[in-house]
Structures are given as structure tokens and as C-alpha cells.
Design a binder for this molecule. Structure first.
Ligand code: GRF
Length: 212
């Protein structure tokens, strides 16, 4: 994979950043044709920032309290993404709804990963909600981001079994293992120009050159 075929991505993360870690490793090994040019967090204590630094990736932290309002906060993030020449925005455990200027500037170029099979169990406690509901199967969803909460067109999904003795941690760990494979794959498909959004559906095309 030559350097100039790589697309420039940014990862937005608020927490531990294990998905960031998986994506960074996939990028470094050449498994996915991307360069992570920026990691942004809204939480100065996010371990994701440490991971980014360990991989030599530039980081920026934006605190909502430093801004007059949410619109100004989103505008600042959108500016940083544009200034870094970002082509795809990857949300990986980013705990804020992405809206306003970010959404309008990067329409159809923002992805999120969710630890359940959407449209079941949207929101921040998906793993706990699925367990409490008593489902036998949960899973992972990678989707494009729209103005709703976990409502955008679905790119990839994979089921994960729920076992009787699972607690939130054990189920989330099993879900994580799938996430670390599925998110790099979805990013790779995007980078290869193989994702077509058609209304609510995302079609994965075989040969991008024939479809352009
Ligand atoms: C993941 O389970 C992801 O699906 C959800 O938040 C979690 C982030 O984990 N959106 P990490 O910060 O990547 O470890």
C-alpha cells in the first residue's frame, strides 16, 4: 500500500481508547490504508490520549466548559478536523452527540461503533440494557452518523452470544473482541471507496472503480 493511497482520519474518543488502539495497530501494520492524523478528546483524562501519544499521533483536547455554548465547541472541533485535512471522522467511545458544524462539514464521513445490534439498545448503556432485557444474542454495529442518537445507516453488524453467567464486563469484553476486527474493516471499506449510502442502506460494492 503506497503512502499516497492512504486517507487521513481522525479519531474522537472520551475514554479508554481500546478501539483507537486496534485502529492504530491496523494502520501501522498496513492492514488498513489510513493515517490517523489527529486524536481529539473532550476528556483530558481519557486514556485514549495516552495511547495516541504512544503511537506518535497528534492529540487535541477540547473542554466544553471552555466554550460559550455547544455550537462554539462543535465549531472548534470541526475547524481542527478541517485544518488537519481529515477525510473520515471515526468516533470510538466519544461520549457526546456529534452535531452542528461537525455533522454539516463531514456529512456521510463520520462513523461510530456501537456495542449492540442497532436499532436495539441505542444510547450509552447498551451492554447493560441488553443484559437486563435478557437477550440471548447481542453484537456490534458500525454505522454512519446522522443527527440522531445511534440512528445512522448501518455499515456492518456482527452478532455476539450472551451467556447465562455473563455480567456487563464479560459481555463487553466479548463484544470488544469483535469491535477490534469490525471497525478496522469498516474503515478499510470506506478508504477503498466501497461504501455507497442509499437512503437508510449502505451498499458495499466490489470494485470501486466500476462504480464511480
Ligand atoms: C466501545 O464498546 C464502543 O462500542 C462504544 O464505546 C466503547 C468504547 O471503548 N461506543 P474504548 O474506549 O474503545 O475502549
Amino acid at each position: 500500500m503506497s503512502e499516497d493511497e492512504k486517507i487521513r482520519i481522525a479519531v474522537l474518543a472520551s475514554g479508554s481508547g481500546t478501539n483507537l488502539e486496534a485502529i492504530a495497530r491496523a494502520a501501522e501494520s498496513g492492514e488498513i490504508p489510513v493515517e490517523i492524523v489527529l486524536v481529539i478528546s473532550d476528556n483530558p483524562d481519557a486514556y485514549a490520549l495516552v495511547r495516541a501519544k504512544n503511537h506518535g499521533i497528534p492529540t487535541t483536547c477540547f473542554l466544553l466548559t471552555d466554550f460559550e455554548n455547544r455550537g462554539a465547541f462543535d465549531r472548534a472541533i470541526a475547524e481542527a478536523l478541517s485544518a488537519a485535512g481529515v477525510e473520515l471522522v471515526v468516533l470510538a467511545g466519544y461520549m457526546k452527540l456529534v452535531g452542528g458544524e461537525i455533522l454539516s462539514r463531514f456529512k456521510n464521513r463520520i462513523m461510530n461503533i456501537h456495542p449492540a445490534l442497532l436499532p436495539s439498545f441505542p444510547g450509552t448503556h447498551a451492554v447493560r440494557d441488553a443484559l437486563e432485557y435478557g437477550v440471548k444474542v447481542s453484537g456490534v454495529t458500525v454505522h454512519f452518523v446522522d443527527e440522531g442518537l445511534d440512528t445512522g445507516p448501518i455499515i456492518l453488524q456482527e452478532a455476539v452470544p450472551v451467556y447465562e453467567d455473563d455480567d456487563e464486563e464479560s459481555l463487553h469484553q466479548r463484544i470488544h473482541e469483535v469491535e477490534y476486527r469490525l471497525y478496522p474493516l469498516a474503515i478499510k471499506l470506506f478508504a477503498q471507496g466501497r461504501l455507497r449510502i442509499e437512503g437508510r442502506k449502505v451498499r458495499i460494492v466490489q470494485d470501486a472503480n466500476n462504480m464511480r
